[in-house]
Design a protein around this ligand. Structure first.
Ligand SMILES: [Zn+2]
Length: 169
C-alpha cells in the first residue's frame, strides 16, 4: 500500500530553492506536501537559519526571550547570560529577538551594578557622549531617588552623595 499524505521521496534541493525565493518553512511544507518540521530540519541541517519563522524554532525564540528578559532585569553580557541560563538558543537568535523588541542589550549590561548607595537600575542611554563623561542612570538604595552619575564618578572610590537624602558611602 502506498504511503498516504507524504511523498515517497522528498526533493530536498527544491526546499532550498524555495527558501532562497523567500518562502517561509510553512509555505514550503504546503508546496512540497510534507510537514513544516521536516522542512525546518532539512534547512537547518543544510546550514540555513530558519529562526525567523517560529514553528519548529519557536522553542528557540522562547528561550531567546527568556535570555532578553534576564539581561533586562539582571544586566550582564549576552555570553554570560547564555552560560548561566543554559538554554538551547544561539547568541544571534537572542540578538535578533531583542532587535525585534526594540531592545539594545548592550545598554542593559550594567543593570544591577552597585556603588555605595547607588545602584544602576535602568538602561544606559547613549547621548552622543561616550567614555568616562557619559551618564549612567542610578537609583539611591536609601531613599529610592533616581539620579545620574558619570562613569568616572561610578569608578571613583566613593561615589557622589545622594542629592535627596545625603547618603554618601
Ligand atoms: Zn538618597
Amino acid at each position: 500500500m502506498r504511503n498516504v499524505g507524504r511523498p515517497q521521496r522528498i526533493d530536498t534541493d527544491r526546499i532550498f530553492k524555495l527558501r532562497e525565493n523567500g518562502l517561509t518553512t510553512t509555505a514550503i511544507a504546503n508546496e512540497i506536501g510534507c510537514t513544516q518540521g521536516y522542512v525546518s530540519r532539512v534547512l537547518t541541517s543544510g546550514g540555513v537559519n530558519t529562526g525567523k519563522d517560529g514553528g519548529a524554532n519557536s522553542a528557540a525564540r522562547n528561550n531567546a526571550n527568556t535570555v532578553v528578559d534576564h539581561i533586562i532585569n539582571n544586566g550582564g553580557k549576552l555570553r554570560e547570560a547564555l552560560q548561566q541560563l543554559g538554554l538551547d538558543v544561539a547568541a544571534c537568535t537572542v540578538r535578533s529577538v531583542a532587535k525585534d523588541r526594540g531592545i539594545d542589550l548592550v545598554l542593559y549590561r550594567h543593570i544591577g551594578l552597585e556603588k555605595g548607595h547607588w545602584r544602576v537600575n535602568r538602561p544606559y542611554e547613549r547621548r552622543g557622549t561616550s567614555g568616562a563623561a557619559s551618564l549612567v542612570p542610578v537609583q539611591c538604595q536609601q531613599c529610592k531617588h533616581e539620579g545620574s552619575i558619570t562613569w568616572q564618578q561610578l569608578s571613583n572610590r566613593r561615589a557622589p552623595a545622594c542629592e535627596n537624602c545625603g547618603a554618601h558611602c
